[in-house]
Design a protein around this ligand. Structure first.
Ligand code: ADP
Ligand code: MG
Ligand code: ZN
Length: 611
């Protein structure tokens, strides 16, 4: 098989006119194949692995963007085995380093890690090895703060460098370098030193998520300017089924989730992402009470307990983990069949990663996202109240934008989920490919609707007017929508606000459509949300004119010719078309969330009767 591979891949490797170099490269090719088969015991390269490994061995900086589970690690581990000297890998989490180390050790590759938690003795032993003439380690993992804080490490690196035994730096999860990314880490911003201190040592960057802007920022922060190689590929995860579900309230959602697991995922592994530690505990308790083996996992538990829970889940002794986002990065369990977001993710990138932990084995897996306006407000207020010193204003603004985008994604009941997600990474995805051979179309593609593009400019201006005319305490989202929809409530009548409703264009917009419109107006800065009373437990936000409000208002007036006309459009559903797929689904064993909802209500009613 190895010779086969050589033939297969020869065509795709770069040809060079320089004969000497070519010989050199060929030499690499057979070495790569040898290590690939005999050390890593693999048989076929995945997309871009071969190219990236070759590029690394030919002394290029590499920026490797691959979906989660795509096989990024091999792109530095294989060169590290071949290279003379030691490769240093910066990784953000100890758990991630632990997993990688176990795997390398099982393959017989000598490695070590210098993280904050190891004892002096262990560290000394590792350093002693590094000072040897020919250190045994091929790979040493370090956490980013080590680079900026440990003189001992820097002295050892300098020494290896002088002896030409510093093979390469690898920065795993490199999106953490950028403040524009979804998981910025301050310690990562120190990594720019690497290029400055060791100018001719190649750097390999790995991540599963980086928009174009984030990519550019990472390269700039790390001073990687010369001809690096960039490897990207489609980020579509064709075996994942995406779905968003509006949340009624937390209790009902928990009962939906427990039914969903019992009916569709018997004995199958999954993760439930929760907003807070308390929410993790509560979800786990609820599921346990319904006979689902669930455990709670969050930063409030001590290291060893977390480790135990993690291992139980990995070994299928525990079915469901209820976790905060602290759980996840670097998790390598390939039979995860469902990811449920009990609370919304904090960014689209974050969502892509979190949901991406499902179905690494290539088989169908589901991603259910529960959302509601209250959660949206809750998350937003938390960001606003965050300690300034920990999170400077720019980052806050980025985080606010991120959460706005997530809410917009959830509400969007028209555009293919994949199209929306991938657009975020600069990829154009046609919804016609959503279905794939596996029938994994998303919720929006599953049901076929006639859609229509509605010009919402006028109504947007009316909303703006309404918001600025009304007493501030009346401008909650639901109140505004009630007025727009002509809800005949006593509060509205008493306040005389029923007369404000003069919008003919509204009648075809559903409540959800209107909420989508308002969210768009918030994202585009025509409206903003203000949290007044930050003390109360229930969170209320008032809509106010945003920074771009005037622009919109003035663009409508006929007289102003110098401002470009703003047009706000919304594509909405107008009519459902029944398809065979619906029937097929209703006959199948798997239940849709609507069917499960129905069951939930029946059960809830039963419970109420008992009371
Ligand atoms: P990520 O891109 O998320 O870092 P990993 O490098 O952890 O992914 O790889 C995910 C899984 O895929 C691992 O179990 C790894 O052993 C496996 N893998 C990587 N490359 C190949 C390959 N060429 N053939 C088969 N399995 C592979
Ligand atoms: Mg990885
Ligand atoms: Zn779709």
């Amino acid at each position: 098989p190895i010779t086969n591979l050589l033939l297969n891949h020869k065509g795709s490797s770069q040809k060079t006119a320089n004969e000497k170099f070519e010989k050199h490269a060929l030499n690499y090719e057979s070495k790569i194949l040898d290590v690939f088969g005999h050390v890593f015991q693999l048989t076929e390269f995945r997309e871009n692995q071969w190219e990236a490994i070759n590029a690394a061995l030919q002394h290029h900086d590499c920026f490797i963007l691959m979906p989660t589970g795509g096989g990024k690690s091999l792109c530095y581990q294989l060169p590290a085995v071949i290279d003379n000297g030691v490769t240093f890998v910066v990784a953000p989490l100890r758990s991630l380093i632990f997993d990688q180390k176990q795997r390398l050790k099982s393959l017989g590759i000598s490695c070590a890690s210098l993280t904050g938690n190891i004892s002096h003795e262990e560290a000394d032993e590792i350093y002693r090895e590094l000072y040897k003439d020919s250190p045994a380690f091929k790979i040493v993992f370090i956490t980013p703060e080590k680079i900026s804080m440990s003189d001992q490490l820097n002295t050892a690196l300098r020494d290896l460098y002088n002896r030409q035994l510093l093979a390469r730096f690898v920065i795993d999860e490199c999106h953490c370098v950028s403040e524009w990314g979804h998981d910025f880490r301050r310690d990562y911003s120190q990594l720019g030193q690497l290029r400055i201190n060791y100018p001719d040592i190649n750097i390999t960057l790995l991540t599963a998520t980086a928009t174009l802007r984030v990519q550019q920022d990472i390269l700039q922060q790390l001073h990687i300017t010369r001809n690096y190689k960039l490897y990207t590929q489609s980020f579509n995860r064709s075996n994942l089924i995406y779905e968003c579900i509006q949340k009624e309230n937390n209790d009902l959602t928990l009962s939906q989730i427990s039914n969903l697991i019992k009916i569709n995922y018997q004995n199958q592994s999954g993760i439930i992402y929760c907003f807070s530690r308390a929410e993790c505990d509560r979800a786990a308790q609820y599921l346990l009470a319904s006979n689902i083996h669930a455990l709670s996992y969050h930063a409030g538990l001590n290291d060893s307990l977390r480790q135990t829970i993690h291992m139980k889940w990995i070994n299928d002794e525990c079915q469901v983990i209820c976790a905060t986002v602290a759980f996840g990065m670097g998790i390598d369990k390939n039979n995860v069949r469902f990811i449920i977001h009990f609370s919304m993710p904090q960014s689209i990138e974050g969502y892509y990663q979190e949901s991406g932990r499902a179905g690494r084995d290539g088989e169908i897996a589901n991603c259910h996202l529960f959302y509601c306006y209250d959660d949206f407000l809750k998350m937003k207020r938390l960001i606003l109240n965050d300690d300034e010193s920990k999170s400077p204003m720019q980052t806050k603004q980025v985080r606010i934008n991120n959460i706005n985008r997530v809410y917009d994604y959830c509400l969007n009941n028209v555009i293919c989920r994949r199209t929306q997600l991938l657009e975020y990474f600069g990829e154009i995805f046609s919804s016609s490919e959503c279905k794939s051979v596996m029938s994994t179309e998303c919720d929006n593609c599953r049901q076929v609707y006639k859609t229509s593009s509605i010009d919402c400019t006028r109504i947007s201006i009316e909303i703006l007017k309404l918001v600025s005319d009304l007493n501030q305490t009346n401008t909650t989202l639901s109140y505004i929508i009630d007025i727009l929809r002509g809800v005949n409530s006593k509060t509205i009548r008493d306040a005389g606000h029923h007369r404000l409703r003069a919008f003919n264009s509204c009648h075809q917009l559903t409540r959800l459509d209107l909420e989508r419109l308002v969210t768009r107006l918030i994202i585009d800065g025509y409206l903003k949300q203000e949290f007044l009373d930050q003390q109360t437990s229930s969170i209320v936000a008032y809509l106010r004119p945003g920074v771009n409000a005037l622009q919109l208002a003035s663009s409508s007036s006929q007289r102003s010719t110098n401002t470009s006309k703003i047009q706000i459009e919304l594509i909405i559903r107008i009519e459902q078309i029944n398809t065979n797929a619906d029937e097929e689904r209703s006959n199948s064993k798997e239940k849709s969330i609507e069917q499960i909802n129905e069951q939930c209500f029946i059960e809830l009613k039963k419970e109420l009767k008992v009371i």
